[in-house]
Design a protein around this ligand. Structure first.
Ligand SMILES: NC(=O)c1ccc[n+]([C@@H]2O[C@H](COP(=O)([O-])OP(=O)(O)OC[C@H]3O[C@@H](n4cnc5c(N)ncnc54)[C@H](OP(=O)(O)O)[C@@H]3O)[C@@H](O)[C@H]2O)c1
Length: 246
């Protein structure tokens, strides 16, 4: 799962950039944080737990993105380390998959708070920092669930659909500041989140994809690099689905 960090790599596509990655402790967020570090960027990570990354250009902040006060505190601490954020990857999310009639309301609320409100609060605060440099890339990690609308994922899929809408509206608001907002909709990749789901259900979903396999790390990092690139200044309010989902 881990892409590993080559501390000696230096330079690279992310040189001179600071990326704020939420949910950087595990899974896709860890992969993305390590990739940006490997390619010369600095990374600020937000997660509830302690850091799992040991790198001189990595700064960890224990933040619950679902709690607006915690996000505000995280940004106050971040501003002691840097006055510039160039890239935001809204990756932190929680998933409870359950039929709507028996979904615990607290679990539904946690998905909305973390997956949607968390991304809103982080984008809101980060864009104020990006405004000063008149450059920014906001990338929301969405899901194929938005398109497939799977049974059991009513609230999760709705939170991710909301995330896409959030990016599209913020794209209009932030375009004059040279800040783009896009979504990267992941299909399925082996992480803690995926392992909590029934594996036979996942196998069925994968078999039905136009490209019937799991996403690999590089499938995600390829799109991340594209959306974060200097050359993508004319790409905003877009969602890129992996695996042929649309
Ligand atoms: N894996 C898949 O197949 C798949 C498919 C489609 C979309 N996605 C999307 O990809 C993204 C990453 O998923 P993943 O599979 O890597 O999940 P994961 O393995 O469960 O990791 C989730 C990460 O988010 C952090 N996090 C969770 N709640 C948080 C909160 N309230 N505040 C701050 N950080 C929080 C976790 O760290 P702490 O627990 O320490 O907070 C962890 O680092 C998510 O947006 C997910 O919806 C994944």
């Amino acid at each position: 799962m881990s892409a590993g960090i080559d501390a000696g790599a230096g330079g690279g596509a992310y040189a001179g950039k600071l990326a704020l990655v939420t949910g950087s402790r595990r899974g896709v967020g860890l992969l993305i944080a390590e990739h940006i570090l490997k390619h010369g960027g600095r990374v600020a990570g937000f997660a509830r737990g302690e850091s799992t990354i040991d790198h001189p250009d990595y700064h960890h902040f224990q933040v619950d993105v679902g709690d607006p006060a915690s996000v505000q505190q995280g940004f106050a601490a971040l501003k002691k380390v840097t006055d510039a954020v160039h890239i935001v990857v809204n990756n932190a999310a929680v998933l409870t998959s359950q039929y709507s009639m028996i979904m615990p309301p607290a679990a539904a609320q946690a998905m909305l708070n973390t997956n949607l409100m968390g991304a809103f609060m982080v984008s809101r605060e980060a864009s104020k920092m990006m405004r000063k440099g008149k450059w920014g890339r906001i990338i929301n990690i969405s899901s194929m669930a938005v398109s497939l609308e799977p049974i059991g994922d009513s609230v999760y899929a709705a939170s991710k659909a909301g995330l896409t809408t959030l990016a599209n509206v913020m794209a209009k608001e932030l375009a004059p500041l040279n800040i783009t907002c896009n979504s990267l909709a992941v299909s399925a990749i082996k992480t803690d989140m995926l392992s909590q789901l029934p594996q036979d259900k996942i196998a069925q979903v994968i078999a039905g994809l136009p490209i019937p396999r799991f996403a690999e790390a590089d499938d995600i990092l390829n799109v991340l690099d594209f959306l974060a690139s200097e050359r993508s200044s004319y790409i905003t309010a877009q969602t890129i689905y992996l695996g042929g989902v649309n």
